[in-house]
Design a binder for this molecule. Structure first.
Ligand code: SF4
Length: 227
């Protein structure tokens, strides 16, 4: 490994609640109600037809046509907002695809709210220098555990983050060529702009279900993203 995780002065996870941040969207969603290929196909279509300049109207039409707001049970403007962010994300993933595949040293950011437990039952260690949790694999059915095991098996180092503001600190201390992040689309967009400012290749994996606790993502999507 070119770099090492800094592992000094680890504190108990229950001292870290001050790092927690509120979720960016003011509403909750569950994307498992939509066909998995929907956003990918939409992004490819937008890219192929160079529709970026007309995106707003085009996406609104798509949301109305597919009844995304009704499927998700949220307001039309919120559905448009999610779809716009997801399409932006897929386009970014496509733009960075080649550089990402060539990158040698990769890291993965996982949101702390996909841990099975958000209290003392989670046995992850917290590293205050990196503002990150590191999973100790106490629960086989924990999403943070799944993400950690999958990513580490592919050579990634995994940071479980209490919030997006920790990213800059990690980039100051850790050298890498590419970064993947699991988060809600709005937060991934912010993370991508930080990673791009560092010249890194990026790949985003959107949460399929957001909220303040026990959020979920698609494990197959993560597997694909990590390759
Ligand atoms: S499996 Fe890891 S992240 Fe999940 S609850 Fe246990 S220590 Fe925490």
């Amino acid at each position: 490994m070119i770099w090492k995780r800094i592992a000094t002065n680890r504190n108990s996870f229950n001292t870290t609640h001050r790092y927690y941040e509120s979720m960016p969207y003011s509403f909750t969603y569950d994307l498992t109600k939509l066909p998995r290929e929907f956003f990918k196909d939409l992004a490819k279509l937008v890219d192929k037809r160079n529709l970026h300049r007309k995106l707003s109207g085009f996406l609104e039409l798509s949301v109305r046509k597919f009844g995304v707001d009704k499927l998700l049970g949220i307001q039309l403007e919120d559905a448009i907002s999610i779809v716009e962010d997801l399409v932006d994300l897929q386009i970014k993933n496509l733009v960075h695809e080649e550089d990402y595949k060539k990158a040698k040293v990769k890291i993965l950011f996982v949101p702390h709210c996909c841990r099975k437990y958000m209290d003392w039952r989670c046995k992850a260690e917290f590293d205050p220098d990196l503002s990150s949790f590191f999973c100790n694999h106490c629960s086989p059915d924990c999403f943070a555990n799944h993400a950690t095991e999958l990513a580490e098996a592919s050579g990634y180092t995994v940071f479980i983050l209490p919030g997006g503001s920790c990213i800059k600190k990690i980039f100051e201390l850790i050298k890498c060529d590419a970064v993947s992040g699991i988060a809600c689309p709005e937060e991934i967009k912010l993370g991508i702009s930080v990673a791009e400012s560092q010249g890194l290749a990026v790949r985003g994996i959107p949460l399929t279900k957001n909220g303040c606790a026990v959020v979920t993502f698609n494990l197959e999507s993560l597997k694909e993203a990590l390759t």
